[in-house]
Design a protein around this ligand. Sequence first.
Ligand SMILES: O=C(O)c1ccccc1NCC(=O)[C@H](O)[C@H](O)COP(=O)(O)O
Length: 490
Amino acid sequence: MSGTILDRIVADRRARIDRLGHAQGETLPEAGPPVPVPFDRDPFVICEIKRRSPSRGAISAAADPVLQAAKYVSRGVQSISVLTEPEYFGGSLQDLIRVKQQYPQVAVLRKDFLLDVEDIEVSRQAGADAVLLIAAILAPQQLARMHARALELGMQALVELHSRDELEAVRALQPALVGVNSRDLRSFTMDALVPLRLRAYGDWQARWVFESGVFEEEHAALAAEYGFDGVLVGEAVMHRPQRITGIQQGLQRQPGDQVFWSRIAADTGEMPAAAAPEREASSRRPLIKICGLTWQEDVRLADQAGADLLGFVFADSPRRADPAMVARLGATRALKVGVVVTSPGQGKTVPDQVLQLLQDGHLDALQFSGDEAPDECYPQAFPYYKAVRLGSEDDLELIRRYRCPRVLIDARAPGGEYGGSGHRIPAELVAAAGRPLWLAGGLNPENVAAAVREFRPELVDVSSGLESHPGKKDPRKIRDFIQEVINETA
Ligand SMILES: O=C(O)c1ccccc1NCC(=O)[C@H](O)[C@H](O)COP(=O)(O)O
């Protein structure tokens, strides 16, 4: 057997079915199940009952499923996912049966590693209104059979994907309910950009659910802004059902004209399915952000030379940008980012002019480069990402605390600058910073190739290293920097 946890869970479940049958030795209700209720009613926040998981260990080992469901229902939740896998998740079919019997008007999803048509029938008999079908563990024809049986029985089937190949495998089926898991069930790594990346390829009529990693309002806002109709939330609400209200609010955002994270998602990570074998994702050219642009001709040059992001500093700096210049730029190929430094505990202090640029589409996102706390960014601007300065191992912990899909790491310079210092981050901290890596701090045309080789960043960010003097970029350095990055990953 190959070694991933997903392989082990599936093999153990298959062995349990062989031993005990599809009901796994559990007693099913004698009375016929009630007519299924729709699973995807709005607000489509699916709250999960999950005692433990292989990735997180014990979440709420002793939780009573009916009491937990009560906490969800009292907050307006209409769709509940019940983990019924016993060995790795501490669940059972009885959990689902009890929840459904107590709350017949709530739609209940059976979340398990379902393998056979008989699993679908047992789920219905237990009272499930919907079932989860995981594309990663089912051959396309088997998935199609199980999907068809679920629909025949009046249930809905949430088809879960995590990769482009899986999406292409279910394309012919065009399921009406698709979940994209931001967690890779094989490695447990989470990446909020995976659902955004796959969503762009899902061009059939369906309700799309963003799964895993949803903890706060801003995670649901990200899902909603980028085309998801629902979110599936587990650990966050097991611990704190009070979060449901914020998550419901976040999901109310209408998909707008934001492109920032979907462009980043498209330009990073998994290659399009057809091209994947030719090129490893790890050898993909990192995105290039050229920051501290103050002159229009520098902006044009950086844009034409191949920068992916253009940064404009709206903070104390020799590179402070003029908002009027940014407003005059018009369309650029590269995304435009406004860099701000706001004061912690002072509320909303992003300058109005900068917010206006974001609102009017002259900027695509903000970069928070100050000492903003994790909960001080989203209320000020969206989309955004955080820049975190690393000077010691203690700072590494900071990275994990922020909720945006990516965090830029920068040097904690001796002079206390918030950015543009020209200082490098100590190599051992970069190595320990986690991946995907957005790397800033002291890069220049001479050292960027080595940095790319050593650290395989997803994005490199440069400012002072391309200047002829503070605030003015040197055209040759811009071109050389970009060429060095291209050469290193060609
Ligand atoms: O660039 C600045 O002057 C600046 C001032 C205040 C806050 C942030 C600033 N820059 C943020 C950036 O993203 C820079 O590109 C980053 O710090 C790297 O700068 P450098 O070390 O000069 O390449």
